[in-house]
Design a protein around this ligand. Sequence first.
Ligand code: GUN
Length: 290
Amino acid sequence: MAAMLLKGGEAASAVMKEVAAGVADLARSGYVPGLATVLVGDDPASHTYVRAKRRDAAKVGIRSIHHQLEEIPSQEELEDLVNGLSADPGVDGILVQLPLPEGLDEGRVVGCIDPRKDVDGLHNENLGRLVAELPGPRPCTPAGVMRILSHYDLPVSGKRAVVVGRSFLVGKPLALLLATKGADATVTIAHSRTVDLESLCREADILVAAVGRAKMVKASWVKPGAVVIDVGINRTAEGLVGDVDFAEVSEVASAITPVPGGVGLMTRAMLMSNTVSAARGNISGLGGVG
Ligand code: GUN
């Protein structure tokens, strides 16, 4: 393997150290941050993710308030729950695990989260702040990708970045973060309708795969020496695999994130970081996540 391994565990533990220091600081003022998690339905992957998030919270001293709705609620019932959490002074951050079961309108549910408690950075107000380059919580996976790049001192400025995937959870916000002032990449968002995706990917200095298709990105798609970030987590017969064919691509790339052990760990760490920021905003009375 030629590529440097970008270990999510290493970068995430640096973030978690900062988070623990932030929680200790709040504890000196007698404040314990609270993170509410809302899990609807019985998707096993979502259950695993939320369990891990709650475990992370417990580890750093963040109080977790969990709502598990095995029986699918109506849109109104779910919105009532989220509105209640938004109004609850004991709740600093709210995470509604996505995707929601079919029939529930995610946008409307996320819209019920008080933007100051939106530790996922997915409320329209916070996505607007991202576009406007104003301070605010950034979506956790995109923020985690940026942090892994900075943790390993990988240059972004002036680089050609291709983000494959245009989801509101990952692809679009990540493209904005890469292009934002200070990061300064030149970014292309590619998707299922992109013509000659392989050639486009081969132009990338930084290639991000966030599509949810196991081992889609092959060595022939990657410019020699490129940095490859794999956001995919696909459950297959051979276990968890990313959107990148790791065995092949790691022979061509200069640096690559593994799956598991890569971006997923960063998502969780950034959630804890956003929760501490939200709690700080809450006790300062100013609101907002900086
Ligand atoms: N499902 C997969 N990733 C995420 C995430 O970052 N936040 C939420 N709320 N749901 C997710």
